[in-house]
Design a protein around this ligand. Structure first.
Ligand code: TYM
Length: 328
């Protein structure tokens, strides 16, 4: 039997090339090796205010992007979190087994709540819902970017704690962080990660950005003082980020990319980064348009929902019985 891989991308904004490198690309690379679960965590997105119509649209578009990126809709289980009620049900059981202390240490919660007067409880407990997402399907590996590693560690801890208390119910998942592209950085402030929800859209390359916009954003990216296109995260975070993007989208290693740019100037680097991105994104956008006009998204989601629910309900039932809920 194949091992299981599971991941999801929130529909809380337009997807960026960071989301592609940390999430989707890994699924594309591993989908033949693992039984793959790729879902849309829409319940995570309402931890911060969302416009309902936009959220509905993005849920379908994210699936369109998965398919356009080369994720197979027939080989894999592709589904929407909110269509499987077991996610919320298991999350509650896990919440009752998680500690305030460990939740308070989640760096993403600290960052997202900083300076806010009213912080929704969902923002605080969201990593537990993420744990439920993973444990329901007994996932062996969870590919994500570096920013989600702490949440996968929490899922490991909660699975181990639960198994110790109630018997072996859950598989303890492993994070799968890519060697290259685990943290694509903000183009204007390379100390931060590139984000779907960046205040300034010039800081991120979105998968649906038109060619002209991509070129403009890359040419406007912050570089560093000095010269020489070399990878040095500490002293040249801007150049290192552009090299990472170049390597990721031209399927090269960082040393190969450095060699390619030997003697080049920052301007040459930017031009080539823009070129590889435009080539990738225009192909992707063409496939996306075809997918969205084909009806395949709903077919995929209907099938995925039924397959996923059949698996999730078995695991949830075990957990429910183990803690004593309902009738035996
Ligand atoms: P989200 O929606 O913020 O991000 C989706 C995926 O993209 C990765 N990522 C990045 N990778 C490289 N560079 C970046 N700048 C960058 N920004 C984001 C993320 O690490 C992630 O892999 N909580 C998750 C969604 C989720 C999930 C899950 C993931 C919900 N349940 C269960 C895995 C398993 C999130 O907010 O990801």
């Amino acid at each position: 039997m194949k091992k299981r891989l599971l991941t999801g991308l929130q529909p809380s904004g337009e997807l960026t090339i960071g989301n592609y490198c940390g999430g989707i690309k890994q699924v594309v690379n591993y989908q033949d090796e693992y039984e793959t679960f790729l879902f849309v965590p829409d319940m995570h997105s309402i931890t911060v205010p969302q416009d309902p119509e936009t959220l509905h649209r993005r849920v379908r578009e994210i699936v369109g992007m998965y398919l356009a990126c080369g994720v197979s809709g027939t080989k894999n289980h592709i589904y929407i979190q909110s269509e499987i009620p077991e996610h919320a049900n298991l999350s509650w059981i896990l919440e009752c087994n998680a500690y305030m202390g460990e939740m308070s240490r989640m760096t993403q919660f600290k960052a997202k709540s900083e300076g806010k007067k009213e912080i929704g409880c969902g923002l605080f407990t969201y990593p537990i819902l993420m744990t439920a997402d993973i444990l329901l399907y007994n996932a062996d590996v969870v590919p994500t970017g570096a920013d989600q590693k702490q949440h996968v560690e929490l899922a490991r801890n909660l699975a181990q704690r639960f198994n110790k208390k109630y018997g072996e119910i859950f598989v303890v998942p492993e994070p799968l962080i890519p060697k290259l592209g685990a943290k694509i950085r903000d183009l204007l402030d390379p100390t931060k990660k590139m984000s779907k929800s960046a205040e300034n859209p010039k800081a991120s390359i979105f998968l649906n950005d038109p060619e002209k916009v991509v070129r403009k954003k890359i040419m406007g990216a912050v570089t560093d003082s000095g010269e020489g296109v070399v990878y040095d995260e500490e002293n040249k975070p801007g150049v290192s980020n552009l090299l990472t993007i170049y390597a990721s989208f031209s399927n090269k290693t960082i040393p190969e990319a450095e060699k390619h740019f030997e003697g080049a100037r920052y301007g040459d680097l930017k031009k080539e980064v823009a070129e590889v991105l435009v080539e990738f994104l225009t192909g992707l956008q063409d496939r996306f348009a075809q997918v969205m006009s084909s009806g395949i998204v709903d077919e995929t989601l209907d099938r995925g929902r039924d397959e996923a629910r059949a698996i999730a309900s078995v695991t949830y039932d075990k957990a429910r019985r183990a803690v004593g809920l309902g009738r035996v």
